[in-house]
Design a protein around this ligand. Structure first.
Ligand code: C5P
Length: 220
């Protein structure tokens, strides 16, 4: 089976950027599993589907037409790259992520990304549930205040409005929901390496992941 590097962590911890850069450095595929939950949330919003367990939401999860091309995300052949990252969809995705039957419907889609020569997957349960035998597991986190400030800068850079205290509240609420839910909660696996990026640049975080991967690859 192609190797997998699982990178889990809370919202806005920088795991997406780090995972993408690591995948690029190794020539591996990249799975942004959060985009699948966001895709379900957006498809539900567009079709007026309620965010509750029941066949409609699971059907969307199993059948939505979502595609990735570099940084661009398509849902039903429409570009949704920015829309999918809005605060409203972030909130809805976190609600969708708490529904066990939706998680189940997304398992096979996520595992299908494991293709040669390897995969870097980021999310909440990559190491615990989707790829429990991943050769390297990283738990990437940062202070909530620092994460809110990064998210604020990202939004402003995109020309969108942002309010630090609202962002911080949203992040804390999502952390809470992602961590206390019964289905595949956000957690640091025992065998995951903790990487706190509060005072670490993206470059340094990428280097640490690559160094750790080079070390574990040597283990037969
Ligand atoms: O990673 P991202 O912030 O894009 O994920 C959006 C939401 O999707 C999270 O708040 C979480 O509730 C859910 N999610 C999840 N499991 C994953 C990835 C994301 O529950 N593996």
């Amino acid at each position: 089976m192609p190797p997998v590097i699982a990178i889990d962590g809370p919202s806005a911890s920088g795991k997406g950027t780090v995972a993408q850069r690591v995948a690029h450095a190794l020539g591996f595929h990249y799975l942004d599993s959060g985009a699948l939950y966001r895709g379900v949330a957006l498809a539900a919003a567009k079709s007026g589907t309620k965010l509750i367990a029941g066949t409609a939401l699971e059907r969307l999860a199993a059948t939505m037409d979502i595609a990735f091309s570099g940084d661009i995300i398509y849902l039903n052949q429409m570009i949704v790259t920015d829309e999918i990252r809005s605060e409203a969809i972030s909130e809805a995705a976190s609600m969708v992520g708490a529904i066990a039957s939706v998680r189940l419907a997304l398992i096979a889609r996520q595992r299908a990304f494991r293709q040669p020569p390897g995969l870097v997957a980021d999310g909440r349960d990559m190491g615990s549930t989707i790829f429990p035998a991943a050769g390297l597991k990283i738990y990437l986190t940062a202070d909530a205040q620092e994460r809110a400030s990064r998210r604020c800068k990202q939004l402003i850079a995109k020309g969108l409005s942002a309010n630090m205290s609202t962002l911080l509240q949203d992040i804390l609420a999502r952390d809470e929901r992602d961590s206390v839910r019964a289905a595949a909660p956000l957690q640091k696996c025992k065998d995951a390496m903790l990487l706190d990026t509060t005072n670490l640049s993206i470059d340094a975080a990428v280097e640490q992941v690559l160094a750790r991967y080079a070390a574990v690859k040597q283990v037969p």
